[in-house]
Design a binder for this molecule. Structure first.
Ligand SMILES: Nc1nc2c(ncn2[C@@H]2O[C@H](COP(=O)(O)OP(=O)(O)OP(=O)(O)O)[C@@H](O)[C@H]2O)c(=O)[nH]1
Ligand SMILES: [Mg+2]
Length: 318
């Protein structure tokens, strides 16, 4: 009770489920607002147990449609669910997260669902940090399941791995082009494979190919990556997809991998935060212009200049 009283009022409102405060704090966290920082500090001890389920995959494979189907499924199970869509191209907007093509088949007033989009650009400490902070706010607000969608593939998908507890890689039949994407890194991040659009021809073949791929192992020897066939539009396979996610989350608990993952992610987070502070501090160092001169004049290479600077700072000479 006493710790309750020490919470900032906004944190109190957040924990009590005030959705407007939640939305405001998310914006505040994205803008590095001191009020939101204070709330993040206060709620941190209450976080770390949520399931962060990332959906990654090439453009147009049906990630948003699957999210929509998963929301319905989870609501049917009586679960609250939050969605964070990370869009590398569009500027921040709280608006049409799931795309204009997707019609949400649920009430917009349902307090058990919260959807938010984030632009991937313009986050000081990186996208992973911003996404984690948003997830912590959502968890404090009572969302134990947080679905993350990234739009497009590549860098953003890989960053999602730094946040998600379970990464679902979504593909479609006719894997031709996607095989390239797998090589580019999506394969390594998969905890679950989903062959969506399995209402289209070629789904069985794709599923078999992926199962073969998955059985080669490579990642965690204790976890065989399941391959689930879905159709988001029919819909079919959605309960099976969720079961695969649940199985992975349970595996994380039973194997001790959850804490291992937390250790890895929090190490990354602290390092990234420390780095941005160090860089900010260094960029204000009055000796920087003097150090630049010989580099500009090509008498000294940048690497040597940086190393000398680092050595001198360690000795406390600047
Ligand atoms: N036949 C079929 N079409 C689907 C299925 N799932 C999605 N689609 C269609 O595929 C198109 C793209 O779906 P989205 O859900 O927007 O795909 P996305 O992966 O979120 O797309 P981006 O966010 O643009 O990468 C839409 O026209 C959907 O109606 C499916 O299971 N079967
Ligand atoms: Mg989408």
């Amino acid at each position: 009770m006493s710790s309750e009283r020490r919470l900032p009022p906004a944190a109190h409102a957040l924990i009590n489920g005030d959705r407007r405060v939640l939305a405001r704090l998310i914006t505040g966290a994205e803008n590095d607002d001191p009020g939101a920082r204070a709330v993040l500090r206060a709620i941190y001890p209450r976080t770390g147990r949520a399931w962060l389920v990332g959906l990654a995959g090439p453009l147009g494979v049906g990630k948003s449609s699957l999210l929509n189907a998963l929301i319905s499924h989870l609501r049917g199970l009586g679960q609250n669910v939050a969605v964070v869509a990370v869009d590398p191209s569009s500027p921040f907007s709280g608006g049409s997260v799931l795309g204009d093509r997707i019609r949400l088949d649920r009430s917009p007033d349902d307090p058990g669902v919260f959807i938010r989009s984030m632009a991937s650009r313009g986050h000081a400490g990186g996208l992973a940090r911003a996404t984690r902070e948003v997830a912590r706010l959502l968890e404090a607000a009572g969302f134990g399941i947080i679905l993350l969608e990234t739009v497009g593939s590549g860098q953003v998908d890989v960053e999602i791995r730094e946040v998600a507890t379970t990464s679902v890689v979504v593909l479609v039949p006719h894997l031709g082009d996607e095989v390239q994407t797998l090589k580019a890194g999506l394969f390594e991040i998969a905890d679950v494979f989903c062959v969506n659009k399995s209402d289209l021809p070629g789904a069985d073949r794709a599923r078999r190919d992926l199962m073969e791929f998955a059985s080669l192992g490579g990642g965690d020897p204790g976890w065989t990556v399941p391959v689930v066939a879905t159709s988001a539009t029919t819909p079919s396979g959605i309960p099976e997809l969720w079961q695969a996610v649940e199985a992975h989350e349970r595996y994380l608990d039973s194997s001790g991998k959850r804490i291992e993952g937390e250790r890895r992610r929090l190490t990354q987070e602290i390092l990234a935060l420390a780095e941005s502070r160090f860089v900010a501090d260094l960029s204000r160092d009055p000796t920087l212009p003097r150090r630049l001169e010989p580099v500009l004049a090509r008498r000294l290479d940048p690497e040597t200049a940086a190393r000398r600077w680092w050595v001198e700072r360690r000795k406390g000479r600047t």
